[in-house]
Design a protein around this ligand. Structure first.
Ligand code: ATP
Length: 210
């Protein structure tokens, strides 16, 4: 049986933006994956704060952003669990669902690399899936060599092999929330249907600390 490859992209998506979908599309192509599953988190254990928009609003915005993209899927598996969600548990759930013939690629932006050492059971995660670091504007290209003393050479080589040179798109949800709170234009960074949803539901109007 041919090996199936599925990419997974977790995050808070508060809100989802064109950077997310652009790097996802490139990652799917690079990996040769049949699809990518977007997985909104209830609460990122390392972010230390809860998303601004509700789970329901974030999920609905994501559904709007990925509509009509055949290789994009959305999963509410982490939203249905009590916070926090650990990536390893999510990867194990997908592995159980798809079976051992399927290779899972968990994508992570270059901004998260320094945090990885604090992720729950990171060594098991590195071993059990293909943790694939993506380039991100404003960040150094992903480089794992400094982790060699703690994770060992083989793991670091695996991580380096799976780096994906995604396009540099200088957008973050933090920047978008700040622009919305200041009533500034966001049409260049949001999918039109997501911008409409935010306007209709009056999301992100309050000033928040980034
Ligand atoms: P925030 O500004 O609220 O931290 P974010 O824009 O980083 O949000 P997340 O929902 O945290 O968005 O991102 C989910 C995943 O997508 C993370 O792995 C993140 O690194 C990655 N990502 C987000 N935006 C980009 C981008 N412009 N280029 C590359 N990777 C990105």
């Amino acid at each position: 049986m041919a090996e199936r490859k599925i990419a997974l992209l977790g995050g808070t998506f508060d809100p989802i933006h064109v950077g997310h979908t652009a790097v996802a599309a490139e990652a799917v192509k690079h990996i040769g994956a049949e699809k990518i599953v977007f997985i909104p988190a209830k609460h990122s254990p390392l972010k230390g704060f809860f998303p601004i928009a509700s789970d329901d609003d974030r999920f609905k915005m994501m559904a709007l952003a990925i509509a009509n993209q055949k290789s994009f899927e959305l999963s509410d598996c982490e939203l249905k669990k009590p916070a926090p969600s650990y990536t390893l548990e999510t990867v194990r759930k997908f592995q159980a669902d798809y079976g051992n013939e399927t290779s899972l690629y968990w994508l992570v932006g270059a901004d998260s690399i320094d945090d990885l050492a604090h992720w729950y059971k990171i060594v098991e995660l590195i071993d059990e899936c293909y943790l694939s670091a993506m380039y991100r504007a404003g960040c150094e290209p992903p480089d794992f060599t400094k982790f060699e003393p703690i994770w060992g050479r083989q793991r670091v080589e695996k991580l380096q092999r799976n780096v994906i040179q995604t396009p540099l798109i200088d957008i973050s949800s933090t920047e978008i929330r700040a622009r919305l709170a200041a009533s500034r234009d966001v049409t260049d960074v949001l999918h039109p249907a997501v911008a409409d949803y935010i306007r209709t539901h009056g999301l992100y109007r309050r000033k928040v600390k980034p």
